[in-house]
Write a protein that binds this ligand. Structure first.
Ligand code: DX5
Ligand code: ZN
Length: 218
């Protein structure tokens, strides 16, 4: 199955957000990746509900919301109302991850967990059946445009083995430093979704770049 491409709107030009949303709508991209940062869990503040609004009304594709915030449970309902289709929380930010995931599904969204580069995938063994998606961070979260951490391949393969062994249907998403050069190798390792910020929005022709990412991983 071909890999899904999820452009990260963190790298979009917010001065022309509607045009950027329209560009993703017209492209071969599968999802919108939406990075919410609170300046506490990560050393950067991005955006919140005011940006969810134009996305909800104009985006014609799945809204894949990645919460890089402490105590994400406080906002589960609000993100459901704001139109999130997939809500991903960080393993490192959840004391009661089992409850957080159940809560997300109870609000009608797909549940995702993100792992920082230092967190091994085996910590998810006992909640994998509750994860619609696992987001493996291939950079330290907080900023777009960073370089890919090579150790990620090993984590993807290990997680893939866990998913297959358990008979789960969890998707593996890679977030950070995805390029035209490493997309194919990530797919081979077991990735199902590739987030791409700088590679898409930094390109001279983002629509063509998305098409290229799709064709590399077709
Ligand atoms: C990083 C974010 C990523 C980021 C990816 O904290 O979670 O989604 O926007 O950007 P690139 O593809 O430029 O590394
Ligand atoms: Zn992200």
């Amino acid at each position: 199955m071909s890999v899904k491409i999820a452009p990260s709107i963190l790298s979009a030009d917010f001065g022309k957000l509607y045009d950027e949303i329209d560009m993703i709508n017209r492209s071969e991209a599968d999802w919108f990746h939406v990075d919410v940062m609170d300046g506490v869990f990560v050393p950067n503040i991005s955006f919140g509900f005011p940006v969810m609004k134009p996305l909800k009304s104009h985006a014609q594709k799945t809204l894949d919301v990645h919460l890089m915030i402490v105590d994400p449970d406080r906002y589960t309902q609000t993100f459901a109302e704001a139109g999130a289709n997939i809500l991903t929380v960080h393993y490192e930010a959840c004391t009661h991850l089992h409850r957080s995931l159940a809560n997300i599904r109870n609000h009608g969204m797909k549940a995702g967990v993100a792992l920082n580069p230092h967190t091994p995938v085996n910590v998810l063994q006992d909640v994998l059946d509750m994860c619609d998606l696992v987001c493996i961070m291939s950079v330290n979260p907080g900023f777009g445009g960073q370089s890919f951490i090579e150790q990620t391949y090993k984590k993807v393969s290990t997680l893939k083995e866990m998913i297959v062994a358990g008979g789960h249907s969890t998707l593996i998403e890679i977030d950070g430093g995805v390029t035209l050069k490493n997309a194919q190798a990530l797919q081979n390792a077991g990735a199902n979704v590739l987030v791409a910020g700088n590679t898409v929005f930094g390109a001279a022709d983002p629509i063509a770049t998305i098409a290229e990412l799709k064709s590399i991983t077709a």
